[in-house]
Design a protein around this ligand. Sequence first.
Ligand code: SF4
Length: 239
Amino acid sequence: MKYIYGPVKSRRLGLSLGITLTPYKVCSFNCVYCQLGAGSGTTSQRREYIRTEEIAEELKLWLQNNPKEAKDLDYITFSGCGEPTLNIKLGGLIEEIKKITSAPIAVITNASLLAEPSVRRDLLNADLIVPSLDAVVSGKFERIDRPAPGIKIENIINGLIELRKEFKGRIWLEVMLVKGINDDLPHMKKLKDIAGKIGPDKIQLNSPVRTTAEIGVLAVDKKKLEKFRKLLGENCETI
Ligand code: SF4
């Protein structure tokens, strides 16, 4: 299989079959905590990086060859080794997959392109969207996510607010905290205000526990994470 991996058992998604929609590290961000390494630069250009017909064919084959696991799937998850919304045929692929399986579809996205109405439209038929929001102010955003030129945090926040109005499925907002960059109390208070405007079903707080490709990217200690979890309210959990 070239584009499908797993299924893997994950704590938050259960039994999840992964699909990648881009080649290795084609992404609009170059996050300091990324486990994929530096890659060859960022892009915000949407293209059919991988032909979605090929992905759908591969998935059909997997479902035929693995009927028992297929029945037990909790999610088919678009994430993989790049940013899935960069694939311009994302919406068509979701429609195609809905015709061949009843497994719910989750999209893990860095949210960078959500300001574009066409990207939000592409996501409407998913069941769960897990967008990232690591920082809510300029400066911190550029430091932690290192976006492609032209991507602004204000536009991402507005895109998330619009997405919540348009999308009927579940939204779990993921926040990755890195020691010394975005883990100060004033920033977390601002993040709480913005999250209140977005209105996700859940907020998931995370901190890099696995080895990251860059040296000096440190996790926030558990006590601090717990303090922020309480600050963000009852729909917030640490993962
Ligand atoms: S958004 Fe994901 S793939 Fe892209 S740089 Fe960040 S962690 Fe890596």
